[in-house]
Design a protein around this ligand. Structure first.
Ligand code: PSV
Ligand code: MN
Ligand code: MN
Length: 431
């Protein structure tokens, strides 16, 4: 396997931290043992955790106002893969990458797949992009894509999605995620029902092009760029469309795509109950689609989402297998550090949710012991499982402290030399 970071450096880092980790792990093992829980089982479970990294997260994102490129940003999909390889090497929690077309320009899929495999990386869901125009495109998406009034625009958007399926198929992906910004800024701009009818017509054509073992994920989002009525604004619309389209269509929950205070864990429970939970874009937010690092604002919400996932997994067994992806991109941190932190925070919520004694909780709920039921969740959430996550990483060959280890490698500085910015990049605004 090709590694981006010298394995000796990782071993050196781990050697320095291992004695402290062993002590923390033994202490936590004792706490959990008193609760009747086996730390070794939890560590083995943590080693199975995987969340995909978005290729677009490896670069510096912009806001609607400006973009401030970082040092050594990846300039193409191959360089993004290098950074994704670093993230997986140091966390062993991100063995797949989720590409976005045509942001990721791919001409030789076989070569790309081989390079990814060399790093031990696979390709997760592919993402289409009909929310902005590309150079040389025949028809504009200014007034919508899959919902456009124009049959030619809709055909172009459908065709792009089918191309994404073809690319994904060549890369070994098994799902297409469709998010459209289509919607209206003003009352009266759209016939609300007509727009959704056109969306469904377009999606039927895309659905028809899916290989037998593929899924199509419908990603809803409350608003932005449409500020009055987004066509796929909520999980209800997403669920209705997924149900109408058929069994390969499922709903994707991006945590940032809801109104503030929405009970997202309940949405997760509902979609799981009716077999339509396709996957996640994990991130965190305070106000809107902020795309901040997972667990950075509301870690309790993330835990509660995983609590519902643990419940669904217990009920459904191995058939319950939603896709986990990160979706974040911002301006002010090193994306590799942020993506590693996010992967670890999602893994933390996964392990904390495994601490909940589900049979015990059911009994408390049945006897209407409200306080104790709430405390059962709180106790799991308050338990610091960092030592389990670090031990899982150590045993899987990753770094005990991924960000600290990364900072010793000089990787970013070296990329700054190897990847000089393109001329004019510092002033290029992303809108
Ligand atoms: C839209 O806000 C979104 O969450 C979708 O997943 C996009 O494809 C992604 O962001 C990329 O910007
Ligand atoms: Mn998203
Ligand atoms: Mn988003």
């Amino acid at each position: 396997m090709n590694t981006m970071i010298n394995e000796g450096l990782v071993a050196e880092h781990n050697a320095k931290l291992q004695a402290n980790l062993d002590a923390d792990y033994a202490a936590l093992a004792g706490v959990l043992q008193r609760r009747g829980q086996d730390i070794e089982q939890l560590t083995a479970l943590a080693q199975t955790f995987a969340v995909a990294v978005p290729t677009w997260g490896a670069g510096t994102g912009g806001t609607r106002f400006a973009r401030f490129p970082g040092v050594g940003e990846p300039r193409n999909i191959f360089e993004k893969l290098e950074d994704c390889a670093v993230i997986n090497q140091l966390t062993q929690a991100t063995p797949a990458v989720s590409p976005h077309f045509p942001w990721d320009k791919v001409s030789d899929t076989a070569a790309l797949r081989e390079i990814a495999q060399g790093y031990g990386l696979a390709f997760d869901a592919v993402n289409s992009n009909t929310f902005q125009d590309q150079l040389g495109q025949a028809h504009t998406y200014k007034h919508g894509s899959l919902t456009s009034q124009s049959a030619a625009v809709r055909a172009q958007a459908v065709e792009h999605n089918i191309e994404c399926i073809e690319l994904g198929r060549a890369l070994g992906s098994k799902a297409l995620t469709v998010w459209v910004g289509d919607g209206a800024n003003f009352p009266g701009q759209h016939n609300l029902r007509g727009a959704l009818e056109r969306y469904l017509d377009s999606m039927r054509d895309i659905y028809g092009a899916l290989p037998a073992d593929w899924n199509i994920f419908i990603e809803h989002k409350l608003f932005e760029p449409a500020f009055y009525a987004t066509t796929i604004a909520d999980w209800g619309t997403s669920f209705a469309c997924a149900t109408t389209l058929g069994p390969k269509a499922k709903c994707l929950v991006d945590l940032g795509h809801h109104a503030p205070n929405t009970n997202i864990e309940m949405i997760v429970a509902r979609l799981a109950q009716f077999g339509k939970l396709g996957g996640f874009h994990f991130n965190d937010s305070k106000y809107g689609d902020d795309d901040l690092d997972s667990g950075s604002i509301n870690p309790f919400q993330l835990f509660l989402v995983f609590n519902e996932l643990a419940d669904a997994a217990e009920r459904e067994g191995s058939t319950f297998n939603p896709a986990y992806m990160l979706d974040q991109s911002h301006n002010v941190t090193d994306p590799i550090e942020s993506l590693m932190s996010s992967a670890v925070e999602v893994q933390r919520a996964f392990i904390q949710s495994a601490l909940v004694d589900r049979a015990g909780l059911r009994q408390l709920q049945e006897s209407n012991d409200v306080h104790a039921s709430a405390q059962a969740l709180k106790q799991a959430f308050r338990t610091d499982v960092s030592a389990i996550l670090a031990m899982a990483r150590l045993r899987s060959g990753a770094a005990i402290d991924p960000v600290a280890c990364y900072r010793t490698t000089g990787y970013r500085e070296a990329r700054g030399v190897a990847r000089p910015p393109k001329a004019g990049a510092s002033s290029s605004g992303i809108v």
